[in-house]
Design a protein around this ligand. Sequence first.
Ligand SMILES: Nc1nc2c(ncn2[C@@H]2O[C@H](COP(=O)(O)OP(=O)(O)O)[C@@H](O)[C@H]2O)c(=O)[nH]1
Ligand SMILES: [Mg+2]
Length: 311
Amino acid sequence: MLSRAITVTESRLSDDRQLAASILKNILPHTGNALRIGITGVPGVGKSTFIESFGSYLTSINKKVAVLAVDPSSQRSRGSILGDKTRMEKLAHHPLAYIRPSATGLFLGGIARSTREIMLLCEAAGYEVIIVETVGVGQSETLVKNITDFFLLLMLAGAGDELQGIKKGIMEMADAIAINKADGDNVQAVANALNAYQNALHLFPKPESGFTTQVLRCSALENSGIDEIWDLIRKFEKATKDNGFFEKNRQAQNLNWMHDHIRQSLEDQFYGNAEVKSKLLALENGVKEGKELPGSAAQDLLDIFLRTRRS
Ligand SMILES: Nc1nc2c(ncn2[C@@H]2O[C@H](COP(=O)(O)OP(=O)(O)O)[C@@H](O)[C@H]2O)c(=O)[nH]1
Ligand SMILES: [Mg+2]
C-alpha cells in the first residue's frame, strides 16, 4: 500500500496528482511523528554502508525505519541506486525497514516535492525514523537540510577539507559530524581528524538550534560508534524540543514548503501558457542579441500571461 501511494505521489499525470492530493490530505493527521534525519557526505565516504549499519541498529531496538535517497545525479547514472541496494542488503530485507531509492528523471524542485510527500506517507505508515540520504553535490544538501530535523555529515580522516569537497557552508549546516572508517590502520588518523574538526568548529557561529555541533567517530563496516550517534541524536531531539527549536524549525519548513508549491505552480502555469510560449522564443532571441532588456522582456511576458488569465 505504501509503495502504491508513493508511486501515485511521484506521478505527474493530473489524475494521479488529484488522487495524491487527496491521499495526503487524509493522512495528514497521522504524520509528523517520526524523527527525520538527513545524511550527507561525499561519494565513497560510506553513507550507504552507514545507513545499513545505523538502520540495522535501529531495527534491533525495535524502531521502524524508512530510508529515502535524494540523488539528483541518478538521472544520469542509475548505477548508484544499484550500489546502494547491495550495500543495504540486510536492512532492505528487515520487516521493520523500508528502503525507497530516489525518484529518477525529476529536476531538483520535483525531487524536493516528492521526497517531502514520501516522508509523510512513511510517517503515516508508522515509520518512526526517516533517513534521507543525499550525495554531496551542494544544492541537494540544502534541500535535505530543509526537510529534516537532524543533519549528519559523514567525513573521512586523512584528507583535507578541500580534498573532500566539503564546503564550510555544509559543515555549518551539520548538527553533528561523524568521521567514518574508524577501523584498522585508520584509527589514529581518525583521532587526529576528530581534534582538527573539533577545533575548526570552535570558529563557527553558535548553531541556531542551541545545540553545540559535536564530532564523533564510527566504523560503518564494523558497526562501532553507531549507538553513540543515535544517543547524540536523541539528546539533540530532547534539547531542541525543550528549547522550542524543534517545533519552530518544522513550522518554518512547512511554510517554506507552501511557498515552494506556490513558486512551482506559478512557474508551471506561466511556461505552460500558450500565449507565453508563442512569444517566448522571439523575446529570448531579442535578449540574447541585446535588442531587448531582460527586465522589460520579462515584464512583456508577464503582462501577456496576466492578460490571458483575466480574459
Ligand atoms: N574500512 C571501512 N570501509 C568502509 C566503511 N564504510 C564504508 N566503507 C567502504 O567505503 C566504500 C564506499 O561506501 P558507500 O557506503 O558506498 O559510500 P557512499 O558513496 O557514501 O554511499 C565501500 O567500499 C565500503 O565498503 C567503514 O566504516 N570502514
Ligand atoms: Mg551511497
